[in-house]
Design a protein. Structure first.
Length: 325
């Protein structure tokens, strides 16, 4: 997985941050066997050159919110404007341009039925350059979300992962809930998942001890988790695609679980609609994508039909817009 720019140590650092995005550099350095300064320097370079971001993400499943994937077929001259507008909305996560630039794929995370109605029946239906909308509700996630993709390639050993994993929180048995007074705290973590406690104290007006307890409670209950984003192409994975897979109903769970274990799969969920599985795939090139479609996926019993759509451009990942290139 090494690239011309980044090496094995960078991959191990990425994996460490997937395990615990708020882990101090000193703890990461101790597990990796390097100095604190080396970890800090590598982290800064990953941010500058590979688009690394550490962000706090609401766990919509734990909080009881519905997730919908929208497929928006657009006129060729309208897709980028629609994708840009969707990326600016706080109730969207992934916003990708696929299918030679004529289809926008968007994950929505509405917090109320009104949010979803406003987007689907309000804003989008009034968009003249929109040709067709299909909506798919995510019913079950087999892989993705708080489970990072780089760990599938095992840069770290099991012992290193165990050493880096955060200790179980006392709040683990508490209900997943984000109270109105938590919103400034959540917003700060959304902007920078590694923001320090003194800075959180300044941003929220709470005491540092109160901030520490509430962050521990939010992470421990599962209402919030810390995620990573980076440019996978900088590590040799230059081809990304969305798959819509139709599976025999009796094989749905088995195929979903099998796909969740494949190293090419960054996300796979069971969905409503004509296809019953949706997956995001990362491969080194189109030859590897073909090998996965014809081999790893095609060999699974129960797979009846696969539609693939390479990503042309990613407008938004996780919770913030990607810089335009």
């Amino acid at each position: 997985m090494e690239s011309e720019v980044f090496d094995e140590l960078d991959l191990k650092l990425l994996h460490a941050l997937e395990v615990d995005g708020r882990a101090p550099f000193s703890r990461i350095a101790g597990v990796l066997g390097v100095s604190d300064q080396t970890v800090a320097r590598r982290f800064r370079r990953l941010r500058a050159e590979a688009g690394l971001r550490i962000v706090g993400v609401r766990d919509t499943r734990r909080l009881g919110y519905d997730e919908w994937m929208l497929r928006l077929r657009c006129t060729p001259d309208g897709a980028e404007a629609i994708a840009t507008a969707l990326a600016r909305r706080p109730d969207t996560a992934w916003v990708h341009l696929t299918s030679a630039g004529t289809e926008v794929v968007c994950m929505t995370v509405p917090r109320t039925p009104g949010d979803y109605d406003d987007l689907l029946f309000g804003k989008l239906l009034r968009t003249r350059k929109l040709v067709e909308i299909t909506a798919h509700q995510l019913m079950h996630r087999f892989y993705g979300g708080r489970t990072g993709w780089i760990g599938k390639h095992r840069p770290l050993s099991d012992e290193q992962v165990t050493a880096l994993a955060p200790a179980p929180a006392d709040a683990a048995s508490a209900p997943a809930r984000i109270a109105p007074e938590d919103e400034p705290l959540v917003a700060a973590l959304k902007a920078d998942g590694r923001v320090t406690y003194p800075e959180l104290q300044r941003l929220t007006g709470r005491s540092e001890s109160s901030v520490k307890r509430r962050v521990a409670a939010l992470l421990g209950s599962g209402a919030l988790y810390i995620d990573t984003e980076y440019d996978t192409a900088r590590f040799g994975f230059t081809t990304a695609a969305m798959l819509w897979v139709t599976v025999a109903p009796g094989a749905l769970d088995a195929v979903g679980r099998a796909m969740g274990g494949h190293p090419e799969v960054a996300h796979v969920s069971a969905i409503t609609g004509s296809a019953n599985l949706m997956a995001s795939i990362l491969t080194r090139d189109t030859a590897e994508l073909y090998a996965y479609l014809s081999g790893g996926l095609g060999a699974l019993d129960g797979v009846r039909h696969v539609e693939s759509a390479p990503y042309v451009r990613r407008f938004k990942e996780l919770t913030y817009p990607r810089p335009l290139r």
